[in-house]
Design a binder for this molecule. Structure first.
Ligand SMILES: Nc1ncnc2c1ncn2[C@@H]1O[C@H](COP(=O)(O)OP(=O)(O)OP(=O)(O)O)[C@@H](O)[C@H]1O
Length: 586
């Protein structure tokens, strides 16, 4: 539907041009109105990270002093080392705790910002509706809750760790280079000297490990992506069973649901087996790498130690520095699965943003909109009018030729037609949800339109809020709500406005339809469209609610879709919708 009358094909072209990158997901927060507090927190966390690196450097030097004191049986230096260790350890504990607190604070602030923006975009311009109708992206709920949480936390973790690692690496390479010295040996009579040989050994050791891990761990990216999807599908299935518990129970559908649960869970199982396979391989490589790391530095440093180049304290200091350097080099190795999960998250969010950006593309590329689709204009008139309106399906099949209709204020119009002829589709087009077809619709710009489907959405919460929906609960006084409830014969609920409940489960379908009528009475729209809104009511109650509507809202145009003749008396005009193929076949 083309509310602004901009041609559909223009939005399709601009959507094609949009490219979503990981950076375009990360950057907006850091240049937003919250940027100064965000950057301030980030700098604080970085400073605390640097303080930890500094303490690690001090602890490394402490190794030499401590082990040399042990070897020399020097009590005074030993005690001094112990004291030094105590205050270094205390500072370490304090800084690590403060750092995690500020990092988590930054995380939740970033996530809040992201979530607000994503929810806003998802709920704007009917994106949430198009995404479901055209199946543009699966499980938006998971992307907004899990993926955004993971984007904020993992991006921070990875980037802050990377920075600490680089600083640690430089500090310890410097230490290792100086304390371990050069290795000199003779090959076929030629004297070969390798300066800072322990650093090269650590780098080679880590790079070899990285290479092997890369090879073994790469498929984890795709498997992790798949994992989030299958988990979300299963959760969605369970929620649907929960939401439709009564219908399933009445149909005796537990067996069917059990089979379905098994089938969907099988995808989780298969995915998990894939994860197990690759985790096993990664664990073997990591374990070999980790175990070797314990002895490798001693092995490499041994020749110079045995030649008497340095005392035992320095050997331990070298071993500690070597461990830190190779650990820093191998940061990529240890972070591989985190990185894989992060990439999967980013890909899912990119796909989601693209589906929002390109939500109009599917409509624009549909054969049903090649002449511009249904154009909906807001005009300065009193009446709602259609001009050469044709309703079609997304594949271009013409559903019904509605042509010209006019609905004046206070009109009473009945929409009739066989099941599947396109009556609800006509209401969707009038509501701006259905662009497929041709022609135009003029809507009075200042008119309030209200659409009441056969099954109304009722939010979980206090009855007052459920009645006021989609307005805020405060929009209507308690007295107004009570009066509306009485008018639709919901007297039992008059004193329960503050009661919190899952009203869709609590109220019978007929009561839910009466609640929807009470909403109409409260909202007082200029045009109300009732799509089989009394299908669950008995004849006297149907009469009662329609009479209340006509009496209370005399100026409101009432358009009802109905199969039953009982509503004829409340309407003056009829629109007959005839399905095109049915007519042709006849
Ligand atoms: N998103 C969609 N994609 C393809 N076809 C659709 C879609 N939505 C509706 N239809 C088809 O459009 C036709 C008209 O549907 P609509 O709901 O307007 O019928 P209706 O006249 O209101 O029927 P009923 O009286 O049974 O409620 C149906 O055949 C339906 O299957």
């Amino acid at each position: 539907m083309n509310d602004t009358a901009a041609p559909l094909h223009t939005s399709a072209r601009s959507a094609d041009a949009s490219r979503v990158t990981a950076w375009s997901l990360i950057k907006p927060y850091w240049v937003s109105e919250e940027r100064w507090s965000a950057i301030g927190l980030l700098l604080l966390v970085i400073a605390l990270n640097m303080a930890i690196v500094y303490i690690n450097v001090r602890l490394n030097a402490w190794n030499r002093e401590f082990y040399d004191a042990l070897a020399a049986k020097n009590w005074n230096v030993f005690i001094h080392s112990m004291l030094e260790f105590s205050y270094l350890a205390f500072a370490y504990i304090f800084i690590v705790t403060t750092r995690i607190w500020f990092r988590q604070l930054l995380e939740i602030r970033w996530r809040t910002w992201l979530t607000t923006r994503f929810v806003e975009r998802w709920l704007s311009d009917h994106a949430f509706y198009r995404i479901e109708r055209d199946r543009l992206a699966d499980n938006p709920d998971q992307r907004i809750s899990d993926d955004l949480e993971s984007l904020a936390s993992t991006t921070l973790a990875l980037s802050l760790d990377l920075l600490s690692t680089v600083v640690t690496l430089f500090s310890f390479v410097f230490i290792l280079w100086h304390i371990a010295g050069a290795l000199t040996f003779t090959v076929s009579g030629t004297v070969v000297t390798i300066p800072g040989y322990m650093v090269w050994a650590a780098a080679l050791y880590a790079l070899a490990g990285s290479f092997v891990i890369q090879r073994f761990g790469k498929p984890l990216v795709a498997i992790n992506y798949q994992k989030q999807r299958v988990e979300a599908n299963f959760r969605f299935f369970l929620v649907r069973v929960r939401e439709n518990a009564e219908q399933i129970a009445l149909y005796g559908g537990a067996d069917a649901e059990r089979k379905q649960a098994r089938t969907i869970f099988q995808t989780i199982y298969d995915n998990w087996r894939g994860i197990m396979t690759y985790t096993k391989r990664l664990t073997i490589v990591n374990a070999v790498y980790g175990q070797l790391a314990n002895i490798f530095p001693f092995f490499v440093a041994a020749p110079r130690y045995f030649s008497g180049a340095y005392p035992i304290g320095t050997l331990f200091q070298i071993s500690d520095a070597f461990g830190t350097v190779s650990e820093s080099f191998s940061w990529f190795i240890n972070s591989f699965s985190t990185l894989a999960g992060w990439r999967a998250t980013v890909n899912r969010l990119r796909e989601f943003v693209r589906s929002i950006d390109e939500q109009h593309t599917r409509e624009a590329l549909s054969p049903a909109t090649e002449h511009g689709g249904i154009n909906r204009h807001l005009t300065d008139t009193q009446s709602l009018r259609t001009d050469r309106l044709v309703l079609a399906l997304p594949d271009g099949t013409v559903l019904a030729r509605v042509g010209e209709i006019g609905i004046d204020p206070g009109a009473r119009v009945l929409v009739r037609g066989a099941s599947g002829s396109g009556k609800s589709t006509l209401l969707r087009a009038l509501a701006g949800l259905w662009p497929f077809g041709d022609g135009s619709i003029d809507i009075p710009v200042s008119a309030k339109l209200l659409f009441v489907p056969q099954v109304s959405y009722i939010p979980i919460g206090p009855l007052h809020a459920a009645l006021a929906y989609p307005s805020q609960a405060t929009a209507f006084t308690d007295d107004a709500c009570r009066a509306a409830l009485r008018m639709v014969k919901l007297d039992d609920y008059v004193d329960r406005l503050d009661e919190d409940a899952h009203w869709t489960r609590r109220l019978s379908p007929g009561e839910q339809q009466r609640l929807a009528f009470a909403r109409v009475l409260l909202q007082k729209p200029d045009f109300v469209f009732l799509d089989e809104a009394t299908s669950a009511l008995d004849a006297p109650t149907e009469r009662h609610v329609y009479e209340a509507l006509l009496r209370e809202l005399p100026g409101t145009a009432i358009v009802s879709v109905a199969h039953r003749d009982s509503l004829d008396v409340y309407h003056r005009d009829t629109i007959l919708i005839t399905r095109e193929q049915v007519a042709a076949a006849a």
